[in-house]
Design a binder for this molecule. Structure first.
Ligand code: URA
Length: 197
């Protein structure tokens, strides 16, 4: 099966998912979006209220910051892939529970396998802890790890991991936006051949 067919099948599984209670309160699942062939995979925490309404990731205020970051490295949303750990919105944007993360994890794992990015950019603590655990890296705190590039050899290729602050922090702390803009520069050497024109 081609990657795009597998992504389509995965999307159908996510849309029909009832593996945890969140399907009862969310309006729309948010599968993720972008290029199946992206060099860069950005990972957030969970859909918020705008994402829940539209069924798309990062479409609110944090999304506008994310778009500025992507623009600053010469790309746009269709060049990258944006996913979340949880595909459904937790009520009132509460933190994801350990159980929800564990239950939803196979969907993100499959997205990582299919997209096979050069760099994973987990945004915020939850996504960074998830990715560090997956790749056997020692997680401390996002304030210590942001902007540092990590490298891991997988079975088939070398994958890089660049933790970032969650873009939402820049909506209430403008200083964090300059940190994000500085940190993201690190991925420039890994933007290879997959850019759309
Ligand atoms: N915050 C997230 O972590 N993900 C989204 O999709 C939107 C806001």
């Amino acid at each position: 099966m081609s990657v795009s067919n597998e992504m389509q099948t995965l999307s159908e599984h996510i849309i029909n998912c009832k593996r945890c209670e969140l399907y009862k309160t969310r309006k729309n699942p948010v599968v993720g979006e972008g290029s199946d062939n992206a060099d860069l995979l950005f990972i957030g925490e969970a859909p918020g209220s705008n994402e829940d309404k539209q069924g798309r990731p990062f479409v609110g205020r944090a999304g506008r910051i994310l778009e500025e970051l992507i623009d600053s490295i010469g790309l746009n949303r269709s060049d990258i892939y944006i996913a979340n750990i949880l595909k459904c919105r937790p009520p009132n944007n509460r933190n994801p529970t350990k159980n929800e993360i564990q239950t939803c994890a196979p969907y993100l794992e499959k997205q990582i396998d299919l997209i096979n990015p050069s760099v994973i950019l987990p945004m915020g603590s939850f996504a960074t802890e998830f990715i560090f655990e997956k790749f056997n890296l020692p997680f401390t705190k996002i304030s210590k790890l942001h902007g540092k590039l990590f490298s891991k050899q997988t079975l088939y290729h070398q994958i890089r991991i660049l933790p970032l602050y969650h873009p939402a922090v820049a909506t209430y702390n403008p200083n964090k936006k300059s940190v994000l803009l500085e940190d993201i520069k690190q991925v420039k050497p890994f933007i290879l051949s997959k850019k759309t024109v």
